[in-house]
Design a protein around this ligand. Structure first.
Ligand code: G6Q
Length: 549
């Protein structure tokens, strides 16, 4: 495919950018009282306000034209059809099948995957209910109280984020714990909180070979054996989620206790699969199915709505506008909900592992910026940390503000005070970023309290350029369905951007290289030898470690 940069719409967009990029949103709002009406989209109770972006109708139209010239609709059909869109791994990318609540057949290699998807969901249903009710117990007959999910990356971030987000739906007597880091402090600190008789370990690994996960799993196994002194306890306290049946058996977990998924489920897209077992146990299968339903609704919206009414497409194309035309290469995700505090990390993986690539689908180096650096923190905490740079730094950081209208909790004298304060901050930040504060504003603010000399000195420090873009998402409440919707919006946004950049968003070869080198270093540490086989920095770091260990 010829680079999108040669397309008619891209060239027009470039010209439009040259003419329009000096516009200030303050003026755009002043000039058009209906600006919000033109630049928002809704899905049920979810409101997506994109009016605080440096765009006008022409910008949006040209961006949608770019999507058309990139044949986005064909690619969406390819994604949903089960074709092997992840061509470097010869796999489909069918997370949409995992939440296909319509149950319409989806074919991979001519075979409908839905019966298998439904069978695993049913197995998860029976198992999660039995754990929740106490029908399945530990080796000594006690109910499970702690669920330890051992996994990393895609086998950790999704379930951890969702369980954290939906705590108010959690089983009152069950605590989920997530262990991911091979740093022994992670599993050690987790085990300190566990009673071996009431702890269920879920070993979540697509490959069942990931070094961190397997090291943590074997340490947990050893801990349990030491405590319960009986090999038989393993099969009562360990279950596996994997595509690798033989490795699961070799670990000592019977296939009855194995929850399967498939190579067409990418790690970072896997929370909808059996990888979500910890979620199903914690919040119950009905709620897990609502999460799937929310995502399925957005899958339909994404597939069926025209580009101009399509939330993931609009979000994606506005991102393209900043990354490729303004060179704003980071994105800050700012959820105003403490439950969503892990969302920035989750989206960091979803976006950066998918689109952090410099090679196009044609095997050639791409000629434009691809995936942004994604980061963030829950509001209002971030306001007291890094927002300074967002407001007055030399880099412009597009931001996504996300907030549920109702809190999952009622606290304070009227039960709503906290949430009103939270919302006032949510809306104040995006307004301040958009509007800025002019020198005249500062002068007027200071005139009664400061002398002229001080005012003159302070004006540059206290003024804000503004024109800093943001998207705002508001929805009624954070619940399984609304969370499913939100996550699917971002998944599809990442997909759309990958199509515009002509990259494969579903592989992750960059993760492999460091692992290869680590496997060469480990034997040198095991033998505690001095080495000169790497480079002088690496050799000396290894030698220093070995000498002091
Ligand atoms: C995600 C990545 C990666 C993966 C982990 C864990 O898309 O592939 O984050 O999820 O490396 O892999 P396993 O599930 O195979 O242990």
């Amino acid at each position: 495919m010829t680079s999108i940069t040669h397309s008619k719409s891209w060239i027009q967009l470039k010209k439009h950018h040259d003419e329009f990029s000096n516009s200030h949103m303050r003026d755009l709002f002043n000039d058009d009282p209906d600006r919000f009406d033109k630049f928002n989209l809704r899905y049920d109770d979810l409101l997506y306000d994109f009016s605080k972006n440096i765009v006008n109708e022409n910008t949006l139209n040209l961006l949608y034209d770019v999507a058309k010239e990139a044949h986005l609709s064909d690619w969406v059909n390819t994604l949903f059809s089960g074709e092997k869109i992840n061509f470097t791994e010869n796999r489909a990318a069918l997370h949409i099948a995992l939440r296909n609540r319509s149950n319409k057949p989806i074919l991979v290699d001519g075979k409908d995957v839905m019966p298998e998807v439904n069978a695993v969901l049913e197995k998860m249903h029976l198992f999660s209910e039995a754990i929740r009710s106490g029908k399945i117990t530990g080796f000594t007959g006690k109910k499970f109280k702690t669920i330890v999910n051992i996994g990393i990356g895609g086998s950790d971030l999704g379930p951890a984020m969702v369980c954290n987000a939906l705590k108010s739906y959690g089983h009152p007597d069950i605590t989920p714990i997530f262990v991911s880091n091979v740093d022994g402090s992670d599993i050690s600190q987790a085990l300190e909180k566990c009673d071996p008789e009431t702890t269920l370990f879920i070993i979540a690994s697509k490959t069942f070979t990931t070094q961190e996960t397997m090291t943590n799993a074997f340490s947990a196994r050893e801990w349990l054996l030491n405590k319960l002194s009986n090999e038989d306890a393993i099969r009562h306290h360990f279950v596996a989620i994997s595509t690798n049946e033989s490795a699961v058996k070799a670990f000592g977990i019977s296939t009855d206790n194995m929850f399967e998924f498939w190579d067409w489920v990418g790690g970072r897209y896997s929370l909808w699969s059996a990888i979500g077992l910890s979620i199903a146990i914690y919040i119950g299968m009905d709620n897990f199915e609502d999460l799937l339903l929310g995502a399925h609704e957005i899958d339909n919206h994404f597939k069926d709505e025209p580009l101009e009414k399509n939330i993931p497409v609009t979000l994606a194309m506005i991102g393209i506008w900043y990354i490729n035309f303004y060179n704003y290469n980071t994105l800050s995700v700012l959820p105003y909900d403490q439950g969503l505090s892990l969302l920035p990390s989750y989206l960091q993986q979803a976006d950066m592992e998918s689109n952090g690539k410099f090679i196009g689908r044609d095997g050639k180096k791409v000629c434009l910026h691809t995936g942004p650096i994604v980061w963030g923190e829950a509001g209002t905490n971030g306001q007291h940390a890094f927002y300074q740079l967002i407001h007055q730094g030399t880099d412009i950081i597009p931001t996504d503000f996300i907030m549920p209208i109702k809190s999952q909790y009622r606290i304070g004298h009227d039960g709503e005070k906290h949430h009103k304060i939270l919302f006032s901050n949510f809306v104040a930040q995006s307004r301040a970023l958009m509007l800025g504060k002019t020198e005249d504003n500062v002068r007027a603010e200071l005139k009664d309290s400061e002398d002229n000399k001080t005012i003159k000195e302070m004006i540059p420090h206290k003024s804000f350029e503004g024109n800093r873009p943001s998207n705002s998402f508001l929805f009624k409440e954070l619940n399984p369905k609304s969370l499913g919707r939100l996550l699917a919006i971002y998944e599809h946004k990442v997909f759309v951007q990958g199509i515009i950049w002509n990259i494969n968003s579903f592989d992750q070869w960059g993760v492999e290289y460091g692992k290869q080198i680590a496997s060469l270093v480990l034997p040198v540490l095991d033998q505690n030898k001095q080495t000169d086989s790497f480079d002088s920095s690496t050799d000396n770091l290894i030698n220093y470690f070995n000498k002091n260990t």
